[in-house]
Write a protein that binds this ligand. Sequence first.
Ligand code: SAH
Ligand code: SF4
Length: 398
Amino acid sequence: MTRTVETASAPFVEKAPLELYVAPEKPSLIGLSRSELADALGDAGVPPAQRKMRVQQLWHWIYYRGSTSFDDMTTMGKDLRAAMAERFTLARPEVVAEQVSVDGTRKWLLRLEGDGNSKLPHDVECVYIPDTERGTLCVSSQVGCTLNCTFCHTGTQPLVRNLTATEIVAQVQVARDELGEWPSPKEDRRLSNIVFMGMGEPLYNLDHVADAIDIISDNEGIALSRRRITVSTSGVVPQLQALGDRTAAMLAISLHAATDELRDVLVPINKKYPIAELMAGIRAYPGLSNARRVTFEYVMLKGVNDSPADARALVQLLKGIPAKINLIPFNPWPGSPYECSSWSTIEIFAAIVNKAGYASPIRTPRGRDILAACGQLKSESEKTRASVRRKLAVQPGA
Ligand code: SAH
Ligand code: SF4
């Protein structure tokens, strides 16, 4: 496997050029659901009556042990292992680059296969953020995002496609590999929490996100509790109920403004689903209680949404909702039209929110030196992507 490991501030150079990409010949079983594994076993000649038991075994090896070779699977006979290896692999998406921040944050660029007519791969990013009490993996749900929030880097990426459930689960699998965390530990996990705060809008890809959460939270495998899985949305109101019903995940809302006038600019989906509708949807979110609060994310933009009056309007808006408010210092990116509020402004804002009874942690910017902080997930390789695509498009068979 070719990859680059870089530390702080180093350029994000891709060492596995797109032109050399070869799509895998055999499909991988990584990220498959139980019923998909049963189909795979069927392809390898396992009779229907045996499949359930074999699925259990495969599940254990893939998601509990993190096996990378069928040879590991000693509970399965040699012939079956050979039959599986003939048709399938246990390959993960290739990590084509890694960056490690001075604060321990690690960003991986993963190469996913192309879809549909294009056989060219897509790259997505996945970030691990270690903390004293926990380790959080920030996963992507789409390549790019269609929503164009004005402060977000991902929204500027032209290419967009939904990730499959398999590709979402594979991000967790890769992180566990990189952290050397197999078999799945019961406690003191390095990877203890998952947030859907990477690239993309998870509620535009709810089916796959929900299927992925089913696999990630399955007790016989990776076994991360649903209460440690948070899905962040910009406010796709019609999907909130389904998110709660299908995933029982924790909810985070990218609010960023307390008035429609301002939110229309910062989070344009607000024009479709304005604040009053959003709040009604949140109040109805299944399972909401003081023990299961909604997280409101609020990015601090200098002179835009950071005044004491803005803080009071925010408090007013959230009245009666079991909530905590995450104040996020704006992470600048090349060409971004905003600046981050000053530290003292953020503290004054936090004090007002706090006095009203809401926990208001100020999120410490992590991985800033490697552009891995919120909203900065965007493959640098994208810049060269367009020209390479054009070049390959004229080659026969490309
Ligand atoms: N699309 C989803 C999830 C991904 S964005 C959503 O919008 O919720 C994850 C979080 O990062 C969101 O709260 C988003 O508003 C925030 N974010 C985006 N760009 C940012 C930036 N430049 N600085 C700080 N936070 C940012
Ligand atoms: Fe998309 Fe979220 Fe970025 Fe908005 S903040 S552009 S919804 S990824």
